[in-house]
Design a binder for this molecule. Structure first.
Ligand SMILES: CC(C)(COP(=O)(O)OP(=O)(O)OC[C@H]1O[C@@H](n2cnc3c(N)ncnc32)[C@H](O)[C@@H]1OP(=O)(O)O)[C@@H](O)C(=O)NCCC(=O)NCCS
Length: 263
């Protein structure tokens, strides 16, 4: 196994989070590609773990916190670390130290770039990327909010802890219509997938469903709206865990449509 920087030949596999085989990745659209085009010149760093056949089996992406989903100074923020864990494609490579090697390589790189520390995030429930994994690697809690935990490791004494951006107002229901509001930054295909499914459901159901999309790919926009990636249906979050299926989104939205039509 070797840790390398992202190079041109691996960009498409990186954009699909190493899941070139996945139909869902295609369904998630090209939002990550647009985000990557913007952020690659603004300090985004990507490292890949290659196996002996030079297939990408793990990745870590991190960027200056000032360009990220959290607030802080002179830190790098790990947006995502992922070691391929499915049977399909390159197969399951988790639990063999690849994640630890990727994190160590990113930390070393951040130090070399003059960062005062590294921040990361995870969930506090036992699914997805748990923040506990970073804590095993010496990270401390900076802040917790709604099941998500922001963690960090300082390199210098004068480093300041990162913070979550303050939550902004949730778009409220509008009489006579069903409102789907999607805040989308583009960096995460799982979030992009929910956005695309919601947009498709809204288009298929038609009026009174109104789909409103807010571009939060610029950190200033995230901070202004107080949301990075989230879809709200009449003021309620559409997602509370893994991405809901298209059918589940359409069914839930249809209920709102019936309610509006009855009133
Ligand atoms: C967490 C992760 C990066 C670790 O990489 P890895 O190569 O499997 O890890 P290592 O071999 O270095 O370490 C293994 C440890 O990670 C733990 N681990 C595995 N998946 C985990 C997860 N999702 N959260 C927390 N810990 C996890 C294992 O239990 C093991 O713990 P142990 O050392 O106490 O036995 C990897 O397992 C992974 O990608 N998991 C899925 C995370 C995810 O959903 N990411 C979001 C993608 S968008």
């Amino acid at each position: 196994m070797e840790i390398v920087d992202l190079s041109d030949g691996y960009v498409s596999t990186y954009l699909s989070c190493l899941e070139d085989w996945s139909e869902e990745m295609r369904e998630a659209g090209d939002h990550k590609a647009h985000w990557y085009d913007k952020m690659k010149d603004r300090g985004l760093r990507v490292k890949l773990a290659l196996d002996e056949d030079r297939r990408a089996v793990g990745m870590i992406q991190y960027l200056p916190i000032e360009e990220s989903i959290a607030l802080g100074q002179d830190l790098f923020m790990v947006l995502c670390i992922w070691v391929h864990g499915y049977r399909q494609g390159v197969g399951n490579h988790q639990g063999r130290g690849i994640g630890s090697a990727l994190l160590a390589a990113a930390e070393e790189d951040a130090r070399d770039l003059g960062a005062k520390g590294v921040a990361a995030w995870g969930v506090t429930l036992p699914f997805w990327m748990r923040s506990s994994w970073f804590k095993k690697h010496g990270y401390e809690t900076a802040e917790r909010a709604e099941g998500r935990e922001l963690v960090w490791k300082r390199f210098t004494h004068d480093a300041e802890a990162p913070r979550w951006i303050s939550s902004g107002p949730i778009p409220q229901p509008v009489t006579g219509q069903v409102t789907m509001s999607s805040f989308l930054s583009g960096w995460c295909p799982a979030m992009n997938l929910v956005h695309e499914r919601a947009k498709r459901a809204a288009a298929e159901l038609g009026p009174p469903v109104v789909f409103v999309s807010v571009d939060t790919s610029e950190p200033a926009a995230m901070r202004q709206h107080g949301h990075t990636d989230a879809v709200f249906l009449d003021g309620k979050p559409l997602q509370r865990g893994a991405p809901p299926s298209y059918d589940a989104i359409k069914k839930r939205t249809s209920k709102h449509v019936r309610r509006v039509k009855r009133s």
